[in-house]
Design a protein around this ligand. Structure first.
Ligand code: PMP
Length: 332
């Protein structure tokens, strides 16, 4: 089947239509399906929306935010970190209302959900310039307000499918403002190329797109939209945070007002218990509870594919583990 066959063109069109319905997007937005993951977006954003020497503003909230900042720095942009949570080890996010961009800055970039640290913005900053949001780990997990951003993007592999496709929603007015010429901007890295070709400029990742189409259809049919899915996701997170808060054994890492709904980070009383916990979890069928290699600790990711029942079982396992190891914890 060729990638310009009606079946594939139809799949791309239907996936875009589902995206528009779920996110409530007007015709002011382009919906694009690209490759290269969140990381390629880090590089494409400064290439498309600024020139060498231009001011571009970033919010530093941890591991992925720093990766996003490294790209415009490499590309000779005048980068400013206009807000940061480095002072308290990235355990919180700065209040959105307090974030202001510099005059003349081309855009403000923010990572809405910090997958590694387990922190999350509840709202986007009212920057007065185009706000670009990396929503790789929280787009399509709760109700969405498109009026607050000029562009948002998310790789599919967390909440809307499998690796290989990255969803970008971008205002047409932002694309109209691109001034970079072909010397600075190879066609494949130019958002306008993909907009002009309906995300079918070159062979798209068809199977990944198909899975995203299924996921978005599941959200529509099972929940009727993002608001109801958000209620389910917030309940999942509350189950785990309530347990952690009540436990003298585990300690949640993120500060209360900044806690992520999709990534719950926590620590155990000692390194020894941490290792024993991960081993026991693995044996019990709970895989991937180790924290990101840059941070340590533990992390339970509660993306769209994780059910309330799975969270209840995890809490049951954690409670049991804490009881069995309470004595050792007290002697640490
Ligand atoms: N942004 C965020 C918030 C992420 O969590 C990740 C990866 N987990 C990335 C960007 C990088 O995405 P990719 O691996 O698709 O390049």
């Amino acid at each position: 089947m060729g990638h310009r066959a009606p079946e594939i063109e139809g799949l791309i069109g239907d996936t875009a239509a589902r995206t528009r319905r779920l996110l409530g997007l007007s015709a002011d937005f382009e919906v694009l399906f690209l490759q290269g993951g969140g990381s390629l977006q880090f590089a494409m954003i400064p290439m498309n929306f600024s020139a060498v020497g231009d001011r571009v503003d970033y919010v530093d909230t941890g591991y992925w935010a720093r990766k996003s900042i490294a790209e415009p720095e490499r590309a000779g942009r005048d980068v400013a970190i206009v807000a940061s949570s480095a002072d308290r080890a990235y355990r919180y996010v700065p209040p959105a209302a307090s974030i202001a961009a510099r005059p003349g800055a081309k855009y403000l970039h923010v990572v809405t959900n910090n997958t590694v640290e387990g922190t999350q913005f509840r709202a986007l900053p009212p920057a007065g310039i185009p706000v670009i949001a990396d929503m790789s780990s929280d787009l399509m997990t709760d109700a969405f307000d498109p009026s607050a951003c000029a562009m948002a993007y998310a790789h599919a592999q967390k909440n809307i499918g499998i690796a290989g496709v990255t969803l970008v929603i971008v205002r047409k007015s932002l694309l109209d403002g691109i001034t970079a010429g072909p010397r600075e901007l190879p066609a494949i890295l130019d958002y306008r190329t993909h907009a002009a070709h309906g995300s079918n400029y070159h062979t798209p990742p068809t199977f990944s797109l198909y899975v995203t189409w299924l996921m978005l259809g599941w959200i529509e049919e099972e929940f009727g939209g993002l608001a109801a899915l958000g209620t389910v996701n917030r309940r999942k997170a509350a189950t785990l945070y309530d347990f952690l808060d009540a436990s003298p054994f585990y300690r949640p890492l993120a500060e209360r007002g900044s806690r992520s709904v999709t990534n719950v980070t926590f620590t155990l009383p000692s390194e020894r218990l941490h290792c024993r916990f991960l081993e026991a979890a693995d044996k019990a069928g709970f895989v991937g509870l180790a924290g990101h290699r840059s941070l340590g600790g533990c992390r339970a990711s509660l993306f769209n594919g994780v059910t309330q029942e799975a969270v209840d079982r995890l809490v049951g396992f954690m409670d049991d583990f804490a009881r069995r190891n309470q004595q050792e914890a007290l002697s640490e």
